[in-house]
Write a protein that binds this ligand. Structure first.
Ligand code: SMG
Ligand code: MG
Length: 369
């Protein structure tokens, strides 16, 4: 029996150690919403994966803030007895907005698990205590800069390298990285920058023995992804297209992908992420844990998820130092074998440093019943 007494919302901003460029834009800082819910017994944290602009998805920070403040938090604060498992249906009156919902659902789940002394990893049925890390390399100013970054990351021990690509910044760059590193696990991510007419690009990429080609086409084009997949040896992985377990079921049935990037925030939180995992596992489709440049709060969340049984490919779960000079939590570190420990404490198992959190808070609002 838990009542939520307060939802404490913050918008935080942390500089990135290096700019991160994708086919849709460049970020030099991480700006996101953090929610801390206070219950009768304890508290819990949720990190929103939306960004400043509605570019990766239709959601964005100011919009997610409003959705939480005006709709989700009031419903939560009105309820007398709250369990995280009830929230997806409690929030069904809000159409869409999975990133806003995930922030609140994950925070309540964290509080519930803290109260019960259970770690998120064991709640989710994780079957290992370390996960393999990959790195997502943003689009660089030149091929030389890309080769330099890739060699540095390989020396760090990463188990898989993913290159962001965009039209005209694709085949030559991937060839250069593959020729310099014939043996590595290598993939590319287009963030939906291509269309069906670009099939020649994908035929060329098909020759580089890639682990996967992530989200080549528009997020709504499942049929086009299926057509493209039929003509390729390389597996297509869907990211932006998958917003729920129902989407995953549809994409798999259509043959639109052979692997799925699970980002819990993109699908409406940890409970739906577990459902996506199960749909894929039942269909024999391997999954891996995506990243949204999370602070330590979201990173702890991702590590627990990535330890579930069907997460069989290295994820975009890099250590704190790949993103931030000072993370909000104790920094997550990667061992030289390219693995990272899954937190074992109750809930997500980490807590932000109060001074660092205050120093990077841009806006705060505490909502109460
Ligand atoms: O967290 O290391 C990370 C970033 C991983 O490439 C990454 N994320 O489409 O998969 C993706 C992108 C989306 C982030 S855009 C800011
Ligand atoms: Mg992606």
């Amino acid at each position: 029996m838990t009542r939520v007494r307060a939802v404490d919302l913050r918008l935080v901003g942390l500089p990135l150690v290096r700019p991160f460029r994708t086919s849709f834009g460049q970020s030099t800082e991480k700006a996101c919403i953090l929610a801390r819910v206070e219950t009768d017994e304890t508290w819990g944290w949720g990190e929103c994966v939306a960004d400043v602009e509605p570019d990766f998805s239709g959601e964005f920070n100011d919009g997610a803030w409003l959705v939480i403040r005006e709709f989700l938090a009031p419903a939560l604060l009105r309820a007398n007895d709250v369990r995280a498992e009830d929230l997806p249906s409690m929030f069904a009156f809000v159409r869409g907005n999975p990133m806003a919902k995930a922030t609140v659902i994950d925070a309540v789940l964290d509080a519930q698990l803290r109260a019960g002394g259970t770690s998120l990893a064991s709640y989710l049925g994780a079957d290992r205590d370390r996960v393999a890390c990959g790195v997502s390399v943003g689009i660089t100013p030149s091929t030389e800069a890309l080769l330099d970054q890739v060699s540095t990351y390989l020396l760090d021990g990463y188990r898989r390298v993913k290159l962001k690509i965009a039209p005209a910044l694709d085949v030559d760059r991937v060839r250069a990285v593959r020729e310099a590193n014939p043996e590595i696990a290598l993939s590319v991510d287009a963030n939906a920058a291509y269309s069906a007419g670009d099939v020649e690009v994908f035929r060329a990429l098909d020759a580089f023995d890639l682990l996967m080609i992530e989200q080549p086409l528009h997020h709504e084009d499942l049929i086009e992804h299926a057509n493209l997949q039929r003509g390729l040896r390389t597996a297509i992985c869907l990211d932006e297209s998958i917003r729920s377990a129902a989407d995953a079921r549809t994409a798999i049935a259509l043959g639109a992908c052979r692997t799925v990037n699970i980002k819990q925030g993109r699908v409406g939180g940890l409970l739906e992420a577990r459902a996506v995992h199960d749909v894929c596992a039942d269909a024999g489709v391997p999954v891996w844990c995506g990243g949204m440049l999370e602070t330590g709060i979201g990173r702890a969340t991702n590590l627990a998820l990535a330890a579930m049984p069907n997460f069989t490919l290295p994820g975009d779960t890099s250590p704190s130092a790949r993103y931030f000079r000072d993370d909000l939590t104790e920094p997550f570190e990667m061992a030289s074998d390219g693995t990272m420990a899954v937190p074992t404490g109750p809930g997500i198992g980490v807590e932000p440093d109060v001074d660092r959190l205050d120093a990077c808070t841009r806006r705060r609002e505490v909502l109460t019943a």
